[in-house]
Design a protein around this ligand. Sequence first.
Ligand code: DGL
Length: 269
Amino acid sequence: MAVGVFDSGLGGLTVLDAARARLPDVPFVYYADSAHAPYGVRDSEDIYQRTKKAVEYLWANGCDLVILACNTASAAALRRMQEAGVPKGKRVLGVFVPLIEALTEREWGDNSPPREVAVKEVAIFATPATIASRAFQRELAFRAIGVDVEAQACGGVVDAIEDGDMILAEALVRSHVEALKRKMPEPQAAILGCTHYPLMQDQFQDALGADVKVFSQADLVAESLADYLGRRPEMAGDGTSKFLTSGDPKQVSSRATQFLRRQITFESA
Ligand code: DGL
């Protein structure tokens, strides 16, 4: 048994790496649905069906707890899967809440009514499907009042990263930040609402300017996973870590190794 970590492709590796650093004794099975990435341009039903299939695959392969390390999958599928009811002893968790709790200065799981928070102008960068779902805005509205949110759908960035074309990815990041700034010239904070974007965090920070506080998910999710496993240690498991993909394992391994700067070997799912 191990903790499952799911993403459409390589982005969830940013969450996995932070989780491994925070929880070195926990085994993780990472599953990238590379054959169908990116998810961010698919419709909500399609993303839901693919995510459900992937989570059920991980459950069936010994991962009682699955982390959706993908905002697009979380936005389209998490609430729906939880509402439909998950099998006994299984859990699926997403990545929005830890980030929104950090932005709104809340302790984990603090569900008290929304209140005023320090940040007043927030930019959100995410995939077209995540922005269309308005999931971030909804989670924020549950916890904070008086926050102005401007959302920017960052078409093309995930494809460029998955293709290893970092020059194109950087150009797209700069143009999406410019587009955001035309709508909100001086955001105080920016949310990188896609787990691929920490791979471009320096470029986002540079284009936004040093005064903008950039929130990204990897460390926040790792911390909240550590908190969760502290309360539910039986969900961690004692199996073997591995990397699985629905795509070409050779190509996915080579890109993953390039991004994380250590050898990563994917196997066929
Ligand atoms: N890393 C995924 C996310 O957080 C990327 C989604 C995609 O495949 O477009 O949204």
